[in-house]
Ligand binder design. Sequence first.
Ligand SMILES: CC(C)(COP(=O)(O)OP(=O)(O)OC[C@H]1O[C@@H](n2cnc3c(N)ncnc32)[C@H](O)[C@@H]1OP(=O)(O)O)[C@@H](O)C(=O)NCCC(=O)NCCS
Length: 194
Amino acid sequence: MHPFLPLAAQLKDGSQATLRMVRPADAEALCELTRLVVEAGEGMARTVSEVPQTAEETAVGVRRWMRERRGLFIVAERDARIVAQADIRVPPLTRLAHVGHFTVSVHPASQGLGLGRAMTQAALQWAKESGLEQVNLTVFAANQRARKLYASLGFVEQGLRRKYIRYREGEYDDDVLMAWEADTSICPPEVTPH
Ligand SMILES: CC(C)(COP(=O)(O)OP(=O)(O)OC[C@H]1O[C@@H](n2cnc3c(N)ncnc32)[C@H](O)[C@@H]1OP(=O)(O)O)[C@@H](O)C(=O)NCCC(=O)NCCS
């Protein structure tokens, strides 16, 4: 159920982006987006050699997602280019069917404009409308920007895995678990259809 998609998001530089469901034709742009975000080196567990290397590999993932439809997979388009992606994955397990796991990434050149906020807000709205009770995520402790964003939308820190990320020998970061709960967290403002 995605009654509010596509939707227009007003960005801080006066431009607009359109948030919509992913399509197989987005694969090439998504492959490039993931590579750029990972290359920028902030906030991601995977390294450049550990993400899909080709549009075809990415398309396989998109098609699998479209077949299974266990969650939400949205992209943001700005000036006809894909500049952000976000997903909520719901595990195929009866006892975890009330929980979704959230990830989001924004093209380095489009960060700081409000896209991360718009994508997260849209994902939480989908979660509410789909009856999910909880959305969780993990975020590197040093990723203050993301932590601040999530906290402002109602995610609460629930735990910390010490030294979970190892950049190189002797250099670590902690991993923070955050969760948004439909019945107790603040609800972000509703997004409106295009
Ligand atoms: C984290 C990320 C998704 C945020 O998206 P974004 O579009 O850059 O962020 P937004 O412009 O929506 O800003 C959201 C909030 O982040 C904070 N923020 C934004 N830019 C910031 C900056 N340069 N420094 C500190 N905080 C900042 C602000 O609290 C902002 O809230 P505001 O709207 O009240 O100003 C994005 O930067 C990104 O993709 N980073 C790399 C990948 C990543 O870290 N993903 C998350 C993994 S858990």
